[in-house]
Design a protein around this ligand. Structure first.
Ligand code: GTQ
Ligand code: FE2
Length: 359
């Protein structure tokens, strides 16, 4: 858009007009600058949080900050250095590491922002999602969709650490954040490894109940399956590599009843890379957080190289060049806002002609 200014300094009538326009809480379009730039003015930056730091500080928080009713979950949020102190990983995504110590319970609550957990370390923890106890183990993806009650329990004797991905910045931008504390939590006990949601929706690949537990009620906006187990994810990636003979494979977590993304605002994927060629450099609208589950790889974001090891978390802003190269077999979890961009007709993606230069 043109940024020419029409205000002539020596025209009192025009000065008067601008004063009256401002007084009336109006602004002329023709004096705006930067309203429609040629490409999005990205403020969040590519940033890497190392597991060594995340784990150390989460553990220290575990010993110094008890979980209390009224307090929050014990969560350290990824705060993107480009966002001026906001507790957000990217413009649209909340990312965090959560630490639940032995014997601890994070009390029941619900909120309109949707959440997912990708488990990194520990055993024996379960989360109660709308009354359904869902066990958690490393590599599992667990959903707590918008407005579903949830509480976390660790009846074991080791801590658990997981990655939290939420759509808080998006829901906040829409002025639609609501939160309520729940009733007193259930007792901390061992639970069945298979949730009710899995009994219904993960019986066998490709099969869903003719009539689900909700009967003929309208299906929810999110996946009714609340846990995606590592064994299944691993198996799908292994099979895809065998089918293609390639050095990279990727799967998307979906609602088994519709094939859509797990939740309306968030897409989840798992990527496996074997040592091999660098993936093409692509850029896309919308942002991502990548969580390294295992292995070692190099990501190049906007020409900057980042070395990823197990547990490391990487923020990738919208419309920045991105590619990966594995040093050893590497598994990466990715959460992104693509369903929102797609639903609004704003999704763009392109593959660059050649790899980005690395500075
Ligand atoms: O575990 O319920 O990272 O409510 C942020 C808000 C985790 C949770 C977060 C939450 C939770
Ligand atoms: Fe929560």
């Amino acid at each position: 858009m043109s940024t020419r200014r029409f205000a002539a300094p020596d025209d009192p009538a025009l000065d008067q007009l601008y004063a009256e326009v401002a007084e009336a809480d109006l602004q002329p379009l023709w004096t705006q600058e930067g309203l429609m730039p040629g490409a999005p003015p990205i403020t969040d930056v590519a940033h890497l949080w190392k597991w060594k730091t995340l784990r150390g500080l989460a553990e220290s928080s575990g010993s110094l900050v008890p979980i209390d009713r009224g307090g929050d979950r014990r969560v350290l949020s990824l705060s993107n250095p480009g966002l001026g102190g906001l507790p957000f990983a990217t413009t649209t995504l909340w990312g965090a590491v959560q630490y639940l110590g032995p014997g601890e319970v994070a009390p029941a609550h619900h909120h309109t922002p949707a959440a997912l957990r990708f488990v990194l370390e520990g055993e024996g923890v379960w989360t109660l999602v709308d009354g359904d106890p869902v066990s958690m183990s490393p590599g599992d993806l667990v959903l707590t969709p918008s407005w579903r009650w949830h509480e976390h329990h660790n009846p074991g004797d080791t801590p658990m650490l997981w990655f939290d991905g939420l759509d808080i910045p998006m829901v906040r931008a829409l002025d639609a954040v609501f939160f309520e504390d729940g009733p007193d939590e259930m007792t901390n006990r061992a639970v069945d490894p298979v949730s009710s949601a899995e009994q219904w929706y993960a019986g066998a690949p490709g099969l869903v109940p003719v009539a689900g537990p909700g009967g003929a009620a309208a299906p929810p906006a999110h996946s009714p399956l609340l846990a995606y187990r590592w064994a299944g994810t691993d198996q799908a990636l292994t099979a895809q590599l065998a089918a293609t003979g390639r050095s990279d494979a990727a799967v998307r977590f979906t609602d088994p009843t519709s094939g859509r993304d797990v939740m309306p605002t968030l897409r989840c994927e798992m990527h496996r890379l074997l040592p091999g060629p660098r993936t093409p450099s692509t850029r896309r609208t919308g942002s991502s957080v990548w969580v390294t589950f295992r292995g070692a790889a190099r990501a190049v974001v906007d020409g900057r190289a980042f070395e990823l090891e197990a547990g490391d978390m990487l923020a990738v802003p919208s419309w920045t060049g991105f590619d990966l190269e594995a040093h050893e077999p590497t598994d990466l979890f990715r959460v992104c806002d693509t369903p929102v961009l797609e639903a609004l007709g704003l999704y763009r993606e392109n593959t660059l002609d050649r790899h980005q230069d690395v500075s």
